[in-house]
Design a protein around this ligand. Structure first.
Ligand SMILES: *Cc1c(COP(=O)(O)O)cnc(C)c1O
Length: 367
């Protein structure tokens, strides 16, 4: 039996999703191309937008970061100016990209337990009329915090800025009102809440926001406009597509629909989250974030203060019991993380909580 992955991805997937990969196909195979077509339509359905309303989607080889980088390096003109809002490692990674491509960026940087106040965003836009784009992370997976993409989107619209949202770890499990929030580009990947296997990312976007970007790309392989222009009419990739990953994703979307769509998946993850919090509170563990800011995707827990606690040992002992948790990623606080996403059900969370308790007893860590 495979381990249970309480991580932010890759995640446990359904057997049917893994089985969908048991094929060899060429990249022009009609069955494959109809799979790509279906995926592109279903992604728009999940975002509750349509081609007719002026939205489209493009798939990009590589993990989620490649999708984010495709957007950052393809949609901001040479004289553009990015306002980056960050409160964690994934936001900071966008800053690294802007730097690598010499994109002018103003950064609003916050501590990892702070939801960036929308007033600051408005003030930054008022102070500098040269800003053209705004980028923010929805669920900052560093901590599991949910950022206020709706309020920031309102401001982006008020000031007529292009709005980029990294919804990598939330899309498919957290309802996002694409149109209502005024999103221009949203990025997510195959191996998070849609529960496919890793290998590509996708960008959902407003067509008018990408149309003018033909000459902005700083790379060949991550050229979002180029990929879209090619895929739009043919459903083909410019370069070798991850065939099996895409077949798995097609199945994963069918499974998401069978589960009852975003609403039901969201309910399952929320139930996982509640059980996790109840169980770990009983043990005596404390969370890093305030409850009101904490999302239900992944939770950061403070290390117990007991001298016998050693994260590596704790991790190893849980691993031996088939439970894989995730290390922390905070700049100044010792934490570990537990995710609720993927093929995890309430019984899996209860088992994890039980095993954590046993491991603490074993390590003589008391609260
Ligand atoms: C997972 C994730 C990414 C992408 O990470 P990859 O390792 O490239 O898949 C980007 N942003 C957020 C918020 C994420 O959770």
């Amino acid at each position: 039996m495979d381990n249970k992955l309480f991580t932010p991805g890759p995640l446990n997937t359904k057997l049917s999703v893994k089985e969908a990969m048991l094929h060899d196909m060429g990249s022009r195979d009609t069955e494959f191309l109809s799979g790509v077509k279906e995926i592109r339509e279903e992604l728009l359905n999940l975002a509750r937008v349509t081609i007719e309303e002026g939205y489209d989607t493009v798939l990009m080889q590589g993990s989620g970061t490649f999708g984010v980088e495709a957007v950052i390096s393809s949609v901001i003109p040479r004289d553009g100016h990015l306002l980056l809002i960050t409160n964690g490692a994934y936001g900071d990674r966008i800053g690294d990209m802007a730097k690598a491509y010499n994109i002018k960026a103003t950064t609003l940087s916050y501590k990892e337990n702070i939801v960036p106040p929308q007033e600051d965003v408005e003030e930054a836009l008022k102070n500098d009329g040269s800003i053209t784009h705004i980028a923010i992370i929805h669920c900052e997976t560093t901590t599991g915090i949910f950022n206020n993409i709706e309020q920031v989107g309102k401001i982006a619209r008020k000031y007529n800025k292009i709005y980029i949202v990294d919804a990598m770890s939330s899309f498919g499990a957290v309802p996002i009102d694409f149109k209502g929030f005024g999103i221009d580009f949203l990025i997510s990947s195959s191996n998070k809440c849609i529960e496919g296997v890793p290998g590509f990312s996708f960008v959902i976007f407003k067509v008018t926001a990408l149309e003018g970007c033909k000459d902005y790309a700083r790379t060949v392989s991550l050229n979002l406009y180029g990929q879209w222009a090619y895929m739009k009419n043919t459903d083909q990739f410019r370069f070798t597509p991850p065939i099996q990953v895409i077949l798995a994703f097609q199945k994963a979307i069918q499974e998401l629909k069978a589960e009852g769509g975003i609403e039901k998946r969201s309910e399952r993850y929320q139930q996982n989250y509640r059980l996790l919090i109840e169980g770990t509170e009983k043990i005596g563990l404390r969370t890093y974030l305030k409850k009101r800011d904490q999302g239900y995707i992944i939770t950061s827990f403070l290390f117990p203060e007991h001298p016998n606690f050693d994260f590596t040992k704790f991790y190893e002992k849980l691993h031996q019991r088939g439970q894989v948790i995730y290390q922390g990623k905070l700049s100044d606080t010792n934490c570990f993380r537990i995710g609720n996403i993927g093929q995890l059900y309430p019984a899996d969370i209860e088992k994890l909580v039980f095993e954590i308790q046993e491991v603490f007893e074993d390590m003589d860590v008391t609260f």
